[in-house]
Design a protein around this ligand. Structure first.
Ligand code: LMR
Length: 409
């Protein structure tokens, strides 16, 4: 039986959505569709940051597959866990991030939907605690950083931290720009494997940043999304450990997307360190009510996988070995790209998935149109999108365009 529905009222009556302004599509995510639609067999996807093996695949890690099998066998309920998610997951991750000496009474952590969820939850907490706080972000950065804090109602300020001409850190420029920061402001930092530049602060620069935060009353908010893909699990957490060990207050957004290959399962966590235990419990109650109104409870599957891996000696060993292989591949590709031309030499010393090439917008478009090479609009390449056997062809296509650096950027 069919029922005739009344026809909708004429749109002219009242359309509550009419005031909306069309938004540009996300440039990074848009590259996935553009690359997929390209019929050329030799096309190269250096766009969105996913790890790829030398055959161009992004496989499910073996340790993840084993943990998923174990979860399917042993899970006896899918009942709710609560706004904090899986507390054993958060605790197991805290051990690999902060080590044994974390300030347990002052540090509170919850599971979040990906690193983005952690950043947004931290932003909401900061906005609630101090709506006048400004968030200082070094440029360039992951394009989603600014919008996450702005959507939470915080003012976003940019500071310089590297010199695009040399591709090296310009620490003096960073300190200069941060002279305008006020007590209560927040300083966003990439814990390792900077996205998009691949450039890392040296340990003495990290200490100088901690000193600056202490002297000026700034709260560092570290985004750690690539632990294990730069120099190793402990080395990649060293700056985070030093910062949390030195300063009374700090935040950390963590992502398991890349190091566990759990991208679409959305696995992350937020930690907040407070100056005292009384504030820590205030922070926790606010985080939990904010999470409840944002997503109620985080998705469980990926976090359960991470917990199972970290709690099992055998699976953890297997996961670490896979992570070592991924890191070795990234660093070997870096060496090979750097060897292609002296202008690419800095890439060898950078870390993580990304590097930024000094290319004009027209060069980036020409590489896509003429050679099927897809990269982010700012010239960022995902190193893992290259293959040992495609590097010579990539270099041949790229090198003529490096001379156009600086034009129309
Ligand atoms: C990237 O920077 O490509 C990744 O972190 C994916 C994303 O969400 O943008």
């Amino acid at each position: 039986m069919t029922t005739d529905l009344p026809s909708p009222p004429p749109a002219t009556l009242h359309d509550p959505f009419a005031p909306l302004i069309a938004q540009p599509a996300d440039a990074l995510l848009g590259l996935i569709a553009l690359h997929r639609a390209d019929p050329r067999p030799g096309k190269t996807d250096l766009g969105v940051g996913v790890f790829r093996d030398d055959a161009g695949r992004t496989p499910v890690m073996r340790a993840v597959k084993s943990a998923e099998a174990r979860l399917a066998e042993t899970q006896d309920s899918k009942s709710y866990l609560g706004a904090e998610g899986d507390a054993a997951y958060t605790e197991a991750l805290a051990a690999i991030i902060f080590g044994a000496h974390r300030a347990t009474g002052r540090l509170t952590g919850v599971q979040t939907p990906g690193g983005t969820g952690a950043l947004r939850l931290g932003a909401e907490l900061l906005a609630r605690a101090n709506p006048a706080a400004r968030v200082w972000i070094g440029t360039p950065t992951w394009p989603n950083h600014g919008p996450i804090f702005a959507e939470a109602g915080l003012e976003v300020r940019s500071h310089r931290f590297f010199d695009p001409a040399t591709g090296a850190i310009d620490f003096a420029a960073m300190v200069d720009d941060l002279a305008e920061a006020r007590a209560g402001d927040v300083l966003l930092l990439h814990g390792c494997c900077h996205n998009p530049t691949g450039i890392s602060f040296m340990p003495d620069e990290w200490r100088a940043i901690a000193d600056l935060c202490a002297a000026r009353g700034l709260t560092p908010f570290i985004d750690l999304a690539y632990q294990g893909l730069g120099d190793g699990l402990a080395d990649d957490a060293a700056a985070t450990r030093m910062t949390f060990g030195t300063l009374p207050t700090a935040l950390l957004a963590y992502s398991c997307d890349k190091n566990f290959g759990l991208y679409r399962d959305r696995v992350g966590a937020l930690w907040v360190q407070s100056a005292g235990t009384a504030t820590a419990s205030l922070v926790r109650s606010n985080i939990l009510t904010l999470a409840r109104s944002l997503w109620s409870m985080p998705p469980d599957h990926g976090a359960a996988i991470v917990r199972i891996i970290l709690e099992s000696e055998a699976l953890r060993t297997e996961w670490e070995a896979e992570l070592d292989t991924m890191r070795a591949r990234l660093n070997a590709l870096r060496q090979a790209i750097a060897a292609a031309d002296s202008r690419l030499a800095p890439i060898a010393g950078q870390r993580g998935m990304f590097a930024m090439l000094p290319l004009s917008s027209s060069a980036i478009a020409a590489l896509r149109e003429d050679h099927g090479i897809y990269m982010a609009p700012n010239g960022r390449i995902n190193i893992a999108g290259l293959r040992t056997d495609t590097i010579p062809a990539f270099a041949a296509a790229l090198l003529p365009h490096l001379d156009t650096a600086g034009e129309a950027r």
